[in-house]
Design a binder for this molecule. Structure first.
Ligand SMILES: [Zn+2]
Length: 209
């Protein structure tokens, strides 16, 4: 009934029927006052009757959310992302790897197999990032620059000697600290792009508070 009004079930954190908490299996008999609350609303009552988990920090993002996926990886979060993935594949990986689904496709979010998910409201990727951090209460779990932006694997600190043969001449001269992706081998360092990224992350962090 809720979804027939256009609200996907993963967006509903608390249902009150005539003032009493209910879950998704509740059958409406006759006239009833129904109140719905999204995750993150500050309704102090019925804490134990919430329908959405708050401990998710692993995600799968649909093909339209590439910049959001990249931002979340930049902040250290595990985000499966494949721009070619079809709906069925997104649901498969969500289920198999116990990830929350990020999509602006409300129909997809309404799919019965979806347990946890979120529909970013903004079209702007930085604002979407703030929304996701708030929705899943992630502000204290940020670990910037610890995950590969290309393949999502964790980065590991490496000595300069380990990677020196793969560095460009100027990088060899100017930089001392390096991280290498444990998945694809990409090498990261705090190059010219770094301060710009850091400023963006600071902005996102400030907007989350
Ligand atoms: Zn990688």
């Amino acid at each position: 009934m809720i979804e027939s009004c256009g609200v996907p079930h993963p967006e509903v954190d608390l249902i009150l029927v005539n003032g009493q908490p209910a879950d998704f299996r509740h059958a409406i008999a006759g006239d009833a006052d129904i109140e719905l609350y999204p995750a993150g609303t500050r309704v102090p009552e019925f804490k134990e009757k919430r329908l959405q988990p708050t401990t998710t920090s692993r995600f799968v993002a649909d093909g339209h959310l590439g910049t959001l996926a990249r931002n979340l990886r930049l902040l250290g979060f595990d985000v499966a992302y494949d721009p070619q993935a079809e709906d069925r594949q997104l649901l498969d990986i969500m289920k198999r790897e116990n990830r929350a689904l990020l999509t602006r496709d409300r129909r997809l979010l309404m799919h019965a197999v979806v347990e946890t998910g979120y529909c970013p409201r903004s079209q702007n990727a930085d604002e979407q990032t703030v929304e996701v951090i708030r929705r899943f209460d992630l502000l204290r779990s940020l670990a910037p620059f610890t995950r590969c932006l290309r393949c999502n694997a964790p980065l590991r600190k490496v000595s300069k000697a380990e990677v020196i043969e793969r560095l460009e001449p100027l990088t060899k001269i100017y930089y001392e600290q390096f991280r290498r992706c444990t998945g694809c081998g990409q090498i990261y360092w705090a190059g010219s792009h770094f301060s710009k990224l850091q400023k963006r992350l600071e902005q996102i962090r400030a907007n989350c508070a």
